[in-house]
Design a protein around this ligand. Structure first.
Ligand code: HEM
Length: 500
């Protein structure tokens, strides 16, 4: 009997200890993580699961103080503990020591997850020879001039759609029309095919995205990707949708583009380069699909979010909307639709940069892992294998660089002339105090397309429309994932130019 009791007690002890170790493995950071960096409580990551939250509200309550005081925190996200950094000098170090802080995308972190099936190995997530090969294919296509008449024509369609919606409902929820618009620009101007999205919510690319997104951004699986090891019915459905989406996207790019550019890899057209690379075996089917997906996501989501935030800012700052509209109308009608003339309009560029500074679409990114023990700054020791990421929302508001009003929307801080504005952009990027486009060797390759699209779109909107916030919009940001105004609702008025 005595031995039975001892055995039971021993067993209970082992079970309790084992469970504690498993739970503790999640709830507290690993022992080798730096002790001189504060820890964000584990439950922070679960808040979007428990109640309705707003990313900006969460930032003010939990992240702002420790991040501004220490420049780094330990945080649980994506099934692992990470060191999240924000101090510009730390970020500059990470961008510079790219091989020590090596990119580690979802396909490396959680290869079994639905997220990894979705994003996979592509130009954004890859490293080494694959990254060089993908860059060789994609970079010239993104650096070439695009046919801007496509963007103008799509903007005309969008404006009609917004006015119809306004007439029918008295206000417009902006995310879906802007997604349809940026998808049309991406497919027609960059890929040379057509997703046929504007005014067509049933278009396969829009519909599949709408179905996939709740699975991908489900905070439960984002935080506990290990659950994707199990055959859960909803996750199997998510896998089916992701596979369908990838196959359909690849087929649209292939069939929409076939033989349009006979010059193959000498072409500077992105769609042509991707298709030729696949047809000549430079890319296998997997890498072709994943690079189509990364182009699809980066190429439409970020521009969509930028337009959402910018329209919100101009709705909240009516004086600026009037001023910017006047600057555009002061240009000749041709220049109002010319990418180069608009690039020389200081106020337009400073409004875009200021929006991106305060509201970087990718506000937090945890996608690096140290390949060796390394000292971050003077005194934060990171062991090999530590996941590292950055929070651009905090870094872009660095008071030492941007001044005491760093949290205010003030486009004039960028300067009055286009030379001053561009020079501050370069200085802030090189000092890692403006990281909305990332930085260093892995800087965003789509800046030119994004800026051209944003300038032309704003010119078209301002020439034809006046807008304000719908007074019932609750001014909330998305709870997690890409940072944008949640369900932004605007009210539009048609301007005279439109009627003629
Ligand atoms: C406002 C618009 C945009 C913003 C704020 C933005 C931001 C970013 C950020 C933060 C990264 C780093 C991502 C990471 O490391 O995971 C990135 C990389 C990249 N972006 Fe963009 N992006 C924008 C538009 C675009 C567009 C329109 C394209 C066109 C397809 C594009 C293509 C890329 C590519 C190819 C990379 C990978 C560069 C590399 O690793 O070599 N981006 N972008």
């Amino acid at each position: 009997m005595f031995y039975l009791v001892v055995a039971v007690v021993f067993l209970l002890f082992i079970i309790t200890w084992g469970s504690y170790r498993v739970v503790a493995g999640y709830v507290v950071p690993p022992a080798h993580f730096p002790k001189n960096v504060p820890t964000i409580p584990f439950y922070y990551t679960l808040l979007p699961l428990l109640k309705e939250v707003d990313q900006e509200g969460l930032w003010h309550k939990y992240l702002k103080k420790p991040l501004t005081e220490h420049g780094a925190v330990k945080i649980y996200f994506g099934g692992a503990w990470n060191v999240l950094i924000t101090r510009p000098t730390y970020i500059a170090q990470v961008f510079k020591q790219d091989d020590v802080f090596l990119k580690a995308g979802n396909h490396v972190k959680n290869p079994h997850s639905v997220l990894a099936l979705y994003t996979g190995e592509n130009i954004i997530s890859s490293i080494g020879e694959n990254w060089k090969r993908f860059s060789y294919i994609v970079k010239p296509g993104l650096q070439a001039d695009v046919d801007t008449t496509i963007i103008v024509k799509n903007a005309e369609k969008l404006i009609k759609l917004l006015l119809d919606e306004q007439a029918r409902k008295g206000a417009v929820i902006m995310s879906s029309p802007l997604q349809q618009y940026t998808l049309a620009n991406l497919s027609e101007a960059l890929l040379g095919s057509s997703f046929n999205t504007i005014g067509n919510p049933e278009a396969p690319m829009t519909k599949l995205q709408t179905e996939i997104k709740p699975h991908i951004f489900n905070p439960f699986y984002l935080n506990f990707p290990m659950l994707d090891h199990f055959k859960i019915a909803s996750r199997e459905e998510a896998r089916r949708l992701v596979r369908k989406f990838k196959a359909e996207l690849a087929n649209i790019v292939l069939s929409g583009h076939h033989h349009k550019h006979p010059e193959g890899m000498d072409s500077s057209h992105l769609g042509c380069r991707l298709v030729t690379a696949y047809e000549t075996g430079i890319l296998n089917r997997y890498h072709f699909e994943q690079n189509c997906v990364s182009t699809f996501l980066a190429g439409h989501e970020n521009p969509q979010i930028l337009l959402l935030s910018m329209m919100r800012m101009l709705a909240e700052h009516q004086d600026l909307q009037v001023q910017l509209r006047q600057k555009i109308l002061d240009l000749s009608p041709e220049d109002q639709l010319s990418a180069s003339a608009l690039a020389n309009l200081p106020l337009l560029t400073s409004v875009i940069y200021e929006t991106l500074r305060l509201y970087p679409p990718i506000s937090q990114l945890l996608n690096r892992r140290t390949t060796e023990d390394v000292l971050l700054g003077d005194n934060i020791l990171l062991q090999a294998g530590t996941y590292v990421g950055y929070n651009g929302y905090t870094t872009n508001r660095d008071k030492e660089f941007w001044g005491p009003d760093a949290e205010e929307f003030r486009p004039s801080r960028w300067g009055e002339t286009i030379e001053d504005i561009n020079s501050l952009f370069r200085r802030a990027s090189s000092k890692s105090t403006f990281i909305s486009f990332h930085g260093g060797k892995r800087t965003c390759l789509g800046i030119k397309f994004a800026m051209t699209g944003a300038r032309l779109s704003m010119s078209m909107f301002l020439r034809n429309l006046e807008w304000q916030l719908d007074p019932t919009w609750p001014k909330k940001m998305t709870p997690a994932g890409p940072l944008m105004p949640k369900m932004l609702r605007l009210q539009f008025k048609k301007l005279e130019a439109m009627e003629s």
